[in-house]
Structures are given as C-alpha cells and as structure tokens.
Write a protein that binds this ligand. Structure first.
Ligand SMILES: O=c1[nH]c(=O)c2nc[nH]c2[nH]1
Ligand SMILES: [Zn+2]
Length: 435
C-alpha cells in the first residue's frame, strides 16, 4: 500500500482548459482570480475559489501562497531529443547536413559509460526548469540511453513518453542497429518500462531515410503487438529529405505512404514536422487519426519551412506542438509558441494566447492521448503544475503596466516569456524546482 502523502494546497490565479478555444471560445478555459488547488497522493483533489475551499482543508494541510502568480497544468512537449542537448545552436546547415555534420557525431557519445545518465539528469532538470512536466522523447540508438532516461524519470516520478531510436542505414556505423536487434531491444525496453509508474514507451524509428524496409516492418510489428505504445518519427521536414526517402521506397504512394505501408500511421503516431504535405498525405493523416507535430523553432532554425496549422485544421488532422531540441533552439514551450505565432503570421493565420496556452497543456495532452492524466487542473488529474510569474523580467513588468485584461497579459506572457517566468514546478504534487 502506498503511503498517504500530506495534503498541499496552492493558492494563486488558476488557469486551465476544458476545451479547445478555437471551437469553444471563452467557454474553453477556467480562470479563478483567487483560487486554491488542493493536491493529495500525487493527484488534484479539488479546485475552486480560495474563499470556499480554504475552510474545507484538514488541520495540518500545507498552503503555499503563490499569489499573484498564475498556476497552470505543467507544460507538455510532444517531440524532443535527449541526445541533442549539446547540438543546440550548431551553425549553418539544413536538415541532412545538420544530421551528418553535428547530430550523428554527438549521438555517438551516448555509447560512453555514464554519458546517457549525465544527459538524462541535465535534460530533466532543464525541462522542469522550463515548466515542462511531460514530453515525448527520442533517446539515441543505444538501448542504454532509453534505460538511463527512464530510470532518471522514474526517480523523479515524471510522466514521460520515450523510446530508443531505431536506425539501420544511412548513419555512421556505430550509430546503427539492425532490424532484429532494434526489435529485440525495443521489445525488452517496453517490457521493462512501459506502464511502470508514470513511464510510457514510444516505438521510435528515426525516419524512413535511416531505416531499411525490414526495420520499418519490425517497427510495425512492435506497433501491432503493443497498440498502447506511441509511435514517433519524422516526416516531410525538408525537400532533400523527402526526395531521399521517396527514392528509397519507390513503391510507396508518397512519404506518408511509406509509414502507412508498414502499419506505422495510426492514432498513437506522433509525426514530427509535416511541413511539405500533399493533399493525399493530409487525407491519410486524417483517416488514420495520426498527429502532426509542429516544431516552430526547429523549422525556422533549420530553414525547413512553415507549418500550415489552418490546413491541418481544415483537413481534420490532429496537431501537437514541440520544441524539437536540438534542431529547435529553446526548451521553453512559451518561447516555442511565440515562434509558432510568427510562423502563422507569415501565412495570414492567427494564434491567440488562449490557443497557445491550450496547445501546450490540454491540447498536447489530447494529441498524445494522455488527457485523462495530465494537462488539466480538474480533480483526478495528476498534480503536475507550473507556477508562472508574468512579470518576471524588467521588460515584462514594464509592458504589463499597460495591459487591460487577462487576454492581453497572457499574450505578453506567450510572446516574451521563457524559463525566467517559471516560479515553481510541481511533479505529482511535489515541488521540484523553485527559482
Ligand atoms: O529535426 C530533426 N531532428 C532529427 O534529429 C531528425 N532525424 C531525422 N529527421 C530529423 N529532424
Ligand atoms: Zn526531431
């Protein structure tokens, strides 16, 4: 029997989403100007007006007064690479060149004793400092990288989705596995970690370019045998990449068709980038219920192109958002959404602060199929919480002097915010980072 943890209540301005602002407008969010969030046994026990809930707390309950800060569900990052924390900000290359010159060099270091463990510690420290409490994570090709990541995540009790990369061609020899070994290693990691505490496994063929048909078939077999595991991969990021992938799979209808042919396009598939999509590919995504993962800072940094969010919406394709460190340049989901706004602006599209904050909390939770657990402050959800000081910097405090309402304040937060605005992060009700 698990030990009953103390009751802890957070007081502040509570903000969370119960629906998509694009569909439901103002009815999509809940805002309580002086609210109380009561947490017990790692879960949210109750939420409401402080004036009403304070009187219901048992004697000895701890109250943490975060006023006037915002209290929101912890942020969710739908695509990020743990082995690339020392690749971020590598100069002068687009995708294929960037992979060969920088990334595949760096990822080889995860074979070194102790290196995956060091990276996992840094990586989770950095995510939590940025208010990110759940992420879909690529480890390296080495099974020990996923082992180190899950062990560190379990130690911190964070809700994480991760997988060992499968890659058996078009990469340096020390970074390749085989169809058989990648199947066996992934299978063993699933048995060891999927559903263990808060850990979840994602079957992770890196992309069609670095997998033989035999390996994609092995990945498809894993997906069929473990339909509750996610699948994560990359698609339609860069023209040279697309041409290469389609040359390798001449029988496929198009890039999405490659993954379809191997049973890798389904409702648990997190498909990174989706910038250069054909009409047929959008349709295939919609029919499969696959998720297009928008990676704004990466798409700008690698010069890949502009993700068409309105098109995805019109086609009925589910969308998640992500940092894609280390092609991406910021761990902050706030900074990520500021860049998303600019990408949409360039296409005559809009992104309100409510839509942006929905995307990085409930929106990503729904896209990942984890919304019964995370992304909300509703009772019964896991108590992963970020506390945000909207006036954390001099420039932001100065700007906030002129805002007239909550929507304007939140837009300043999304546009100018980053990890400096994270006043505290709670994981399963426990404070893990305080700045
Ligand atoms: O942005 C990206 N980062 C990667 O590591 C990668 N691998 C394949 N395609 C990729 N795109
Ligand atoms: Zn990526």
């Amino acid at each position: 029997m698990s030990e009953t943890k103390a009751i802890r209540a957070l007081r502040g301005r509570l903000l969370w989403f119960v629906d998509d602002p694009d569909a439901a407008g103002d009815a999509a969010y809940r805002y309580i100007a002086d609210g109380l969030l009561v947490m017990a046994d790692g879960l949210i026990a109750s939420v409401g007006e402080a004036a009403q809930l304070l009187a219901t707390l048992p004697p000895g309950a701890e109250i943490v007064d975060h006023r006037p800060h915002l209290i929101m569900p912890g942020f969710i990052d739908a695509h990020i690479h743990m082995p690339q924390t020392q690749v971020v900000a590598s100069y002068g290359a687009q995708l294929m060149d960037w992979l060969n010159r920088y990334t595949f060099v760096e990822e080889q270091k995860l074979a070194q004793q102790g290196h995956p463990e060091k990276l996992a510690r840094f990586f989770l420290d950095e995510l939590l400092a940025n208010g990110t409490t759940t992420a879909a994570v690529y480890c390296s090709v080495h099974p020990q990288s996923a082992q180190a990541f899950f062990a560190e995540s379990e130690r911190r009790n964070t809700r994480m989705v991760a997988g060992k990369v499968m890659m058996d061609r078009n990469a340096p020899e020390p970074l390749t596995d085989t169809a058989e070994s990648s199947y066996a290693d992934s299978k063993a990691l699933i048995a060891r970690w999927h559903g263990k505490g808060r850990q979840l496994y994602a079957i992770t063929p890196r992309f069609a370019v670095t997998s033989t048909p035999e390996q994609l078939a092995a990945a498809g077999r894993l997906a069929a045998e473990h339909p509750d595991c996610h699948v994560q991969t990359h698609i339609n990021e860069n023209q040279a990449e697309i041409a290469f992938a389609c040359e390798l799979y001449l029988k496929a209808a198009d890039y999405a068709g490659i993954y379809e042919d191997f049973g890798l396009l389904g409702p648990k598939s997190l498909m990174g980038h989706c910038i250069h999509m054909t009409k047929r590919e959008w349709r295939a995504f919609a029919q499969a219920g696959a998720v297009a993962v928008f990676c704004p800072t990466s798409n700008l940094f690698l010069g890949s192109g502009l993700f068409d969010w309105d098109r995805a919406r019109r086609e009925g394709v589910r969308v998640a958002v992500a940092t894609d460190i280390g092609g991406g340049t910021s761990y902050s989901m706030l900074r990520t959404m500021a860049e998303a706004y600019k990408i949409l602006q360039l296409q005559g599209q809009s992104l309100s602060a409510f839509a942006a904050l929905h995307a990085i909390t409930r929106g990503n939770a729904v896209a990942l199929g984890l919304d019964h657990w995370v992304g909300s402050l509703e009772p019964g959800h896991e108590a992963d919480v970020v506390v945000l000081d909207t006036a954390a910097t001099r420039a932001m405090a100065h700007r906030l002097e002129t805002v007239r309402d909550l929507a304007e304040e939140l837009f300043v937060l999304v546009t100018l915010g980053d990890e400096r605005n994270v006043a505290a992060t709670y994981v399963a009700g426990e404070a893990i980072a305080s700045h």
